[in-house]
Design a protein around this ligand. Structure first.
Ligand SMILES: Cc1ncc(C[n+]2csc(CCOP(=O)(O)OP(=O)(O)O)c2C)c(N)n1
Ligand SMILES: [Mg+2]
Length: 602
């Protein structure tokens, strides 16, 4: 590839600048590397392995470890989670490389998360030679599984295992096109070791990208739009549900404009992250996971409900109106239905829909705005940020105090929360822009918070924002060694551990089950408490090169530790602050949803 076609990405690592790079395309895996460079992906997160040693060599000794640059990880699950976080922040795919069957098995939970979260990524895998004659004794046989992609086929959008060097460019271009086309999801290309290590006998052409770029997201049909606009124009109490959407200011502005034009109540979902300002006068209560009381009240009044990519519309309608026919007109915009395959049930309950705007939800917003009559919206200004007074309180620390201390330390600097522990007080810290909060992990796979946060921080490192991951101790400890990658690549990031010394979510479940069965709820901590000893999370962070602060046990320390953490990250560092919080603050059986017995129907 001529140098002019080589994308310019500043190199992250000072340690990984290869010497004597060989620009000649001479091996099968050089073709794969060239095809990957052509799609313009800046980074490839990986844990190495001999099954892709040919591809690894091409990335280093042929591409010069640049465009894409390697991001080394200490576990394949982190490599995938980093790509998920990067995609959450940018909407764009990163690449990932996973070693044979074992690396794929390690990475598979994170692939499931990214699949449920509908995030793009281009995953390379590898197998030992498919041609048994070429396999080295023992290890190549271990590396080889029949139909390796079958391990994850139920939760990727597309996969392939190209059978020759000549087939590589098409496979990689198609994989990229698939993952970058909405609706997004991971894709997987498995590279046969023998194909990678084959010497080229003749040149292999790699097509120019221009004729393979992903199409624009699809727009809803005109007739459906007209019917939706008619329903909305005559609605007395419309409610808009803001689900999955794009993270840019233009779409954000149009979503707000649509709600204002209709005078619609706005509801938002923790799973999707910030899609509209949560302190807008039309916004009802806080974003939620399970329908909140105020949301239920707004829905009880509604005559028309417009869902914009809402993740569990069927579940929400059932929570609001019970089983059966909801007494409202339902409009749903989204393209998620194209990914439903029946293996997973992440399509959720089948919602009754009166008008289906099949296509991109943000495109539907634009088209609805064009179709609806203009109306002057009432002007509003965001209220003042949360009070900067830190509650000193003598008792155990709670997340309100943590949030206030962090807000005070940050001042005006915008924040991206890449992960939020349960019970984080969003009322104190409204979402005011599309990158304020990136939403949940998608598949409920604990251990994803550290990697997702690092991927988001990588994407946002030059944005002037601070990327913060507020992690549960269980989530953090499960993927503790993800943090090393942030330090290794100079990725500025702040971790705050909401450390309740427990898998507390599940303590509440055990309490609920015990109560339902007339047994002792007092035993709920057995098999759940991360205590005796409580792992020293700050030391675990420090051991990997982060600034580790904590455990912080007194509210009076919070201002100073947050100041130090923010200063460290502003200076380009990575910092973890371990805060021992009061487990029960804002987390009770009744609010958790854990108390619902499976025996009770409804
Ligand atoms: C891979 C995986 N293992 C187990 C679970 C079950 N699980 C759900 S939440 C949770 C507790 C997580 O603990 P922590 O991150 O400390 O959050 P807390 O509820 O204590 O705030 C567990 C174990 C899961 N969702 N994913
Ligand atoms: Mg916990």
């Amino acid at each position: 590839m001529p140098d002019s076609a080589k994308p310019h990405f500043p190199r992250l690592s000072r340690h990984d600048d290869p010497k004597d790079v060989d620009a000649k395309v001479a091996w099968g895996s050089d073709v794969a590397a060239q095809a990957l460079r052509r799609v313009g992906i800046p980074y490839i997160a990986l844990t190495p392995g001999a099954s892709y040693r040919g591809f690894h060599d091409s990335l280093v000794n042929h591409l010069g470890n640049h465009a894409p640059e390697m991001i080394m990880c200490l576990h394949e699950e982190h490599a995938v989670a980093i790509a998920q976080g990067y995609a959450k922040a940018t909407g764009k795919p990163m690449a990932v490389a996973l070693h044979s069957n074992v690396g794929l098995l390690h990475g598979s939970m994170a692939i499931f998360n990214a699949w449920c979260d509908r995030q793009p990524m281009l995953i390379f895998g590898a197998t030992g030679p498919v041609d048994a004659v070429l396999r080295r004794p023992w290890i190549d046989w271990i590396h080889t599984s029949q139909d390796q992609g079958g391990l994850i086929r139920n939760f990727v959008k597309w996969d392939d295992q190209p059978g020759s060097v000549a087939a590589l460019p098409e496979s990689i271009l198609r994989a990229w096109q698939q993952t970058a086309t909405a609706p997004h999801a991971p894709v997987y290309v498995c590279l046969d070791a023998a194909v990678q290590e084959q010497a080229l006998s003749e040149p292999v052409a790699i097509p120019e990208l221009a004729r393979f770029v992903p199409p624009e997201p699809s727009r809803p049909a005109a007739e459906a739009l007209r019917r939706a606009a008619d329903l909305l124009a005559s609605a007395k109490h419309p409610v808009i549900l803001f689900g999955r959407g794009r993270r840019n200011r233009e779409d954000w502005g149009r979503r707000v404009a649509l709600a204002e034009r209709l005078g619609a109540s706005m509801l938002s979902d923790l799973k999707s992250g910030s899609m509209v300002p949560t302190d807008h006068p039309l916004h009802v209560g806080e974003p939620f996971n399970q329908v909140s009381k105020s949301a239920k009240a707004a829905l009880a009044q509604a005559d028309v409900v417009l869902s914009l990519g809402w993740i569990d519309l069927g579940g929400l309608l059932r929570q609001a109106y019970g089983r059966g026919n909801p007494p409202v007109k339902v409009i749903h915009a989204g393209d998620d239905v194209y990914l439903h395959n029946g293996w997973g049930k992440e399509h959720m309950e089948l919602p009754p829909i009166d008008v289906h705007l099949l296509g991109d939800a943000d495109a539907a917003v634009t088209d609805l705005l064009a179709a609806l009559p203009e109306r002057r919206a009432r002007a509003w200004a965001p209220a003042h940020p949360a009070s900067s007074k830190i509650m000193d309180g003598a008792g155990p620390i709670n997340l309100h105090q943590v949030a206030l201390a962090l807000a005070q330390a940050l001042g005006e600097q915008p924040v991206t929360f890449a992960s939020l522990a349960r019970a984080w007080p969003i009322d104190l810290w409204p979402h005011r822009d599309p990158l304020a909060y990136l939403g949940k992990d998608g598949g409920g796979g604990v251990g994803s918070g550290p990697g997702i946060t690092i991927g988001a921080a990588l994407a946002l490192k030059d944005s002037g924002r601070m990327t913060v991951g507020v992690l549960g101790d269980g989530d953090c400890l499960m993927s503790m060694n993800a943090l090393w990658t942030a330090v290794r690549y100079g990725i500025p990031v702040l971790f705050i551990v909401a450390n309740n010394r427990s898998y507390y979510n599940d303590e509440l479940h055990q309490e609920g089950v015990a109560l339902n069965r007339g047994r002792s709820p007092a035993n709920r901590r057995i098999g759940q408490a991360l205590d005796h000893p409580a792992p020293d999370i700050a030391k675990l962070a420090e051991a990997q090169g982060l600034m580790g602060i904590g455990p912080v046990r007194g509210a009076s320390e919070l201002a100073e530790v947050m100041r130090r953490g923010v200063e460290c990250v502003r200076g380009g560092g990575a910092c973890l602050i371990d805060v021992h919080i009061d487990p029960g603050h804002g987390r009770h059986l009744r609010e958790s949803g854990a108390e619902r017995s499976l025996a009770k129907k409804g």
